[in-house]
Design a protein around this ligand. Structure first.
Ligand code: FPP
Length: 217
């Protein structure tokens, strides 16, 4: 969800206002994904590297997450969406942890679209954690399936497409294991400006891709 800061700067607003507008965009995007039958969507809300930001901005992001959990995520759970989080939540403020945990637990048996929030998440951290977990169980030879079974998205499909907004063209430690055969799309739209047209564009671009998974057809 990149571009919140630049969106705010363009309007001479504080960065926090960009994140707030980012939440409005997130609501729209989730709604549009649901309307199109997307089965799972993951959103990068806070990376393991985002702790380098000013404390004031970090606090604002966590407050938005708490509010989002209490309001929107709760509604999604009521609509049968499954909400999950990936990342080390133990380092978040207690209130943020509690608000997310409550929602995740209450919707864990839901069968609708999965909304996955990456928070204090890093792809390398996820892989290292998985390998340590496997080693602790006494196994000394690791295979791909074991790693897939020990990451946050165990048992869930890898992303079909990864979209980065705001014109940046890098992955920034996102779903490094899961992205092996994902399609990539880099769009110029700043995250808070995301709307129906962007979702149409993404789906249309995806439908043009020819995925071969290493095969020749
Ligand atoms: C990246 O844009 C955005 C973030 C690091 C924070 C995203 C957080 C939210 C949208 C709100 C809280 C999340 C939820 C799930 C309710 P940036 O700040 O790096 O933008 P810039 O590159 O333009 O400075």
């Amino acid at each position: 969800m990149d571009g919140n800061g630049r969106w705010a700067k363009k309007r001479a607003l504080p960065r926090k206002a960009g994140h707030k507008a980012g939440v409005d965009a997130l609501k729209k995007v989730i709604e549009e994904c649901q309307a199109r039958g997307v089965q799972m969507c993951s959103f990068y809300a806070f990376s393991t590297e985002n702790w380098k930001r000013p404390q004031d901005e970090i606090n604002a992001i966590f407050k938005l997450v708490e509010d989002f959990a209490a309001n929107e995520l709760k509604k999604y759970v009521d609509k049968n969406y499954r909400v999950m989080c990936m990342g080390d939540l133990s380092l978040l403020p207690q209130k943020t942890q509690d608000s997310l945990k409550e929602i995740v637990d209450s919707g864990k048996n839901n069968t609708g679209m999965i909304v996955n929030i990456a928070i204090n998440y890093g792809g390398r951290q996820e892989i290292v954690n998985a390998i340590n977990y496997i080693l602790q169980s006494g196994i000394n030879k690791v295979d791909e399936q074991m790693v897939s079974d020990c990451i946050y998205t165990a048992g869930l499909p890898d992303p079909d497409i990864i979209v980065r907004t705001s014109g940046e063209e890098r992955i920034s430690n996102f779903m490094l294991w899961q992205l092996a055969y994902s399609e990539f799309l880099f769009i110029d739209t700043l995250w808070p400006d995301m709307d129906k047209k962007d979702i149409d564009y993404i789906i249309n671009e995806y439908s043009k891709r020819n995925r071969r998974f290493g095969d020749i057809k």
